[in-house]
Design a protein around this ligand. Structure first.
Ligand code: ZN
Length: 418
């Protein structure tokens, strides 16, 4: 017999999360700010009402635990993040935390007893929109954040991560010392439910998808092309050092490389997401002397990231314009656990759903768990209108299907019947 997750609780939580923020159109749960904190307070209060164990760590990640019969066994974990990008949607991140709590609420109501502890983790600060650091909460949990990250400043307040964290009662010093808050050996697995954020499942007519791996990234946040400003009428073509033309050639050539690599079987994305000329110097009657831009490359393969990087540098060959990509940053690709993937696919089939395998182009906390050698998996629920915008749309029917599949696999791992 299957115990259904508590969808009445889920609907109530989503409604409260939506109302608990000051945005007119979208949802803003600012990282280590009032918005994210309200969401954590809400989930902690609901968990206490259900009789779950509630605790936080030095990074103020929140752990909601249904104790098992044998508390010495490695714990089964699920969850996701509760922060959002500025003016984002209500489901990115929150869906995974609400799903976990809804599953536990169903078990509590049915009086289910499992062998292992099952913990829902509400992770802090997954979005790198606020601080220029990715996966802050999950990295901190494994003692991998690094002291430097704590000095990163939030883009809107100008205050450091350490200051924000301390202001809410966290312990930045412990994180700076790299003290782990979680022991990977004491975790049986981590399974994250998340909205898809892209159009693939909806386009295929599938409700759920099982993630094969999470793309890593190679990023140049502050790349520049420097030529020379000149009069638009008085500078003949051969005398120009036009940064815009040189940049256009880089984009054209690297996109050709991308297509060529795809034809060879590589999977990757390449994006020039911000392109600026200097507003004080550029003008209708000038040849542009400088362009600032950024580059984002993503792939599940480290070799593919390196190959695109190599080709990008070869794609720069306009005389008179010098390119400086600046410092590289990024994250490592992560593979999802084969056994967990199969368990999710089978559980979906048992619920009458085909859940195709697909890669995740977006980064997720599950990558941090996988890198810490925790068996990790992700279940995607389809949603319309992408993500990181107020239009994010997931139906409660689709979400219920995702919660049911999640609940089945968590129960299997925890050694129970539902
Ligand atoms: Zn997310």
């Amino acid at each position: 017999m299957t115990v259904a997750p508590d969808m009445v609780l889920a609907a109530r939580l989503f409604e409260r999360l939506r109302l608990d923020n000051t945005d007119q159109d979208g949802v803003t749960r600012d990282t280590y700010g009032a918005g994210e904190q309200r969401a954590h307070d809400l989930l902690a209060a609901e968990a206490r009402a259900l009789g779950l164990e509630v605790r936080t760590d030095a990074a103020l990640n929140l752990y909601l635990t249904l104790p098992g019969r044998d508390r010495g066994l490695p714990v089964v974990m699920t969850g996701s993040h509760l922060d959002s990008v500025p003016v984002g949607g209500n489901y990115d991140g929150a869906a995974g935390v609400v799903a976990g709590l809804s599953v536990l609420a169903g078990w509590v109501a049915a009086g289910i007893s499992l062998r292992r502890d099952v913990t829902v983790m509400a992770i802090r600060a997954e979005e790198s929109a606020w601080f220029p650091v990715s996966y802050i909460g999950s990295k901190a949990a494994f003692g991998q954040l690094g002291a430097e990250a704590l000095e990163a400043r939030r883009f809107d307040t100008g205050r450091t991560l350490a200051e924000h964290l301390a202001g809410l009662g966290g312990k930045p010093d412990a994180l700076a010392r790299g003290e782990p808050q979680l022991d990977a050996r004491a975790i049986d697995c981590f399974i994250e439910l998340h909205i898809e954020q892209g159009p693939v499942l909806l386009g295929q007519g599938d409700v759920l998808g099982v993630v094969t791996g999470i793309c890593g990234s190679l990023r140049y946040r502050r790349a520049r092309a420097v030529g020379r400003y000149g009069h638009s009428g008085a500078t003949p073509r051969l005398y120009r050092q036009d940064a815009v033309v040189a940049f256009a050639e880089l984009v054209y050539r690297s996109n050709q490389d991308w297509a060529e690599m795809e034809a060879q079987g590589h999977e990757l994305t390449l994006t020039f997401g911000r392109v600026d000329t200097d507003p004080h110097q550029s003008d209708l009657s000038k040849v542009a002397g400088e362009i600032d831009f950024c580059i984002d490359i993503r792939s599940r393969s480290k070799a593919t990231l390196a190959e695109m990087d190599r080709r990008l540098r070869l794609a720069v060959r306009t005389p008179g314009v010098v390119f400086d990509f600046g410092a590289a940053s990024g994250s490592e690709p992560a593979r999802m656990d084969e056994n967990l993937r199969q368990a999710l696919t089978s559980a979906a089939a048992a619920h009458g759903l085909c859940a195709p395998a697909l890669p995740s182009g977006a980064g997720h906390d599950s990558a941090t768990f996988a890198h810490a050698a925790v068996a990790s998996a992700m279940l995607f629920v389809r949603n319309a209108n992408g993500s990181h915008n107020p239009g994010e749309t997931m139906t409660m029917n689709d979400f219920a299907a995702g919660c049911a599949v999640l609940g089945s696999v968590l129960a299997q791992r925890a050694g129970g019947k539902p």
